[in-house]
Design a protein. Sequence first.
Length: 743
Amino acid sequence: MAEIHYRACPLCEAICGLRIEVQEGKVTSIRGDDDDPFSRGHLCPKAVALQDIHTDGDRLRRPRLRTGDGWRELEWPEALDLAARRLRRVQEEHGRHSVAVYLGNPTVHNYGALLYAPAFISALGTRNRFSATSVDQLPHHLAGRLMFGHMLLIPVPDVDRTDFFLMLGANPLASNGSLMTAPGIRRRLKELQGRGGRLVVVDPRRTETAKLADQHLFIRPGGDALLLAALLRELLHSSPRGGAGEEEFQRRLAPFTDGLEAVREAVEPFTPEAVEAGTGVAPETLRQLARDFAEAPSAVCYGRMGASTQAFGALCQWLINVINTVTGNLDRPGGALFARPAVDVVKSSGRGGVGRFKSRVRGLPEFGGELPVAALAEEMETPGEGQIRALVTHAGNPALSTPNGRRLERALGELDFFVAIDFYVNETTRHADLILPPTGPLEHEHYDLAFHALAVRNTARFSRAVFDAEPGALHDWQIFDQLRSRLQRFGPRKAPLKKRLAGWLTGRLGPRRLLDLGLRTGPYGGGLNPLAKGLRLRNLLDDPHGIDLGPLEPSLPRRLRTRDRRLHLAPEELLADLVRLREHLPAGDSAGSSAQAETGTPGEPGALQLIGRRQVRSNNSWMHNYPRLMRGKDRCTLLMHPDDATARGLADGARVSVRSRVGSIEVPLEVSDEMMAGVVSLPHGWGHGRSGVELETATEHPGASINDLTDDQRIDPVSGNAAFSGVPVTVQAAAGAGEEAAE
């Protein structure tokens, strides 16, 4: 007889509800959960592949140690002892900062790992901490910290009630939403249009979302900050609806907001005419966009990867927040609001340090206790005090997901010791000395600590494990906890008694009890009194479909975490960066911006600008080993505008060589007018052709890594985020492909 399990999908930010049917210990069906109040039956192809992850023969089940002639398996106690002793030995010889930690994207989808990784990192005592944050959303966190007082205070577009949605550098129809947890986003956007609202997408590519939009504007890569500054200037200069936006701002937000006049003065040079060359957007089009945004009954501006992963990423996310604020659309229905998650991660985490220390080699700024991952390779390569000599990774594949991945791979091969917490031998972990494999996603419980805090509706859902873990297997949190315990035991001095007791107690409680404490002390809980009413874990256990906690609601100024409890509209760091942005304005009406000069003239041979792209059947670098997701034609192709292909004598399907400052790759060409002229696009997460990778299906469809082309020297200097978007490249027929290209 079939068993039915309900759980949230842990593979992306949408956290869709699933209905999983199991018979005789095997998954026989995965469908969307129609009774989930948030996702309402939606699911994407990745969710169906959960069964493939569970049964994947390439998945490691026991610890592996590298030997002179390959790998051998270890028992868990021996492996954990070895990891802790070797890490401590490196620190004893080279200092505590000689060990680095890198946390990959799946860490944030695993509540046990999120709860227990910090204590492990604290036990290491290193400041060389890195994560996928600085190749993704770091500008959002910096803007939230500087404006609202906390790195996790990120406003969420109220897509279900807005009348005008302006979207930059985002493709939620492929990503399922990002820093905007919105399962079933296609349905939500169509409902927006069905009630008379408008969707406008700004992107160098006519993406899946742009094709659905009411209006799509091509923009030069890296030009988003120029467009946003000019849009803000227009909104501040004019009041197309009789000052209603200004009135809304003055009535609700001005009493606790500082810096409007400083912002007004700072954006004055960014006229629509001045930014045209750098954006490719005509002045009248930009002015009409400002009028449409201001005249809408409610409106929201939102920007994601394309706006964050560029040289002005922090400016983009700040300007977006300012636009929503000065038009009265911040903290109001239909605008941008803060979620009210059942577990208050803002209250339970630090606000986020800003520049308290810098990286050793390049002097890049720390944020939230982490250094930019663009500095990781150079910190390994460069001799001297503080050089990274050992590394711990969790659920990460930085060889494919960080800039100049080949350089990082070379550095990984020179480490004294490398331990990976991962259940695959992938492009990164193939360099490890020791691999510690945790349980799979269907073998442990799940609660989304992070993405409920970014959701377009307040809900809560706890998922039980579908399958029992294999005997002797360890969950991620158990690996972290046991490594922490051993590090404290093997340290040069015993950890303070208070710290040891806290670690022991946390380990004894386990993530489920810690989650219950978070629910009890959260905004819907009744506190720690066992007789008090309120949300607690048992309520979620009783309702496997999840609990609807209602729409987003205005919450300012009480949610602010700035020391003066005021909204800081004009942080000094970001105002100062506008001076750097002004350098991208033309000297005269006929001059081209530096961004335009970098690309050359569209349609003529020369440098092009490279951007990435997201695909619905991929999830960064780790969803390519499942046959049901790899069916169909080759997806790792270089998209190019027809004029650019003709100018280079290239035909659709030709194999081309793409070269940047740091490297070169070969990929098939796909000619498409969905690309802006002068811009080419390659999906991220591919490049599985490295030797030593043990991923059978992925290596049959290796593709090429965009991060063999991206440059670790190109960053946003304010946030330290990697500047992936707009990398200058040249494209020509691959060697031996001349006849093919000429056909």
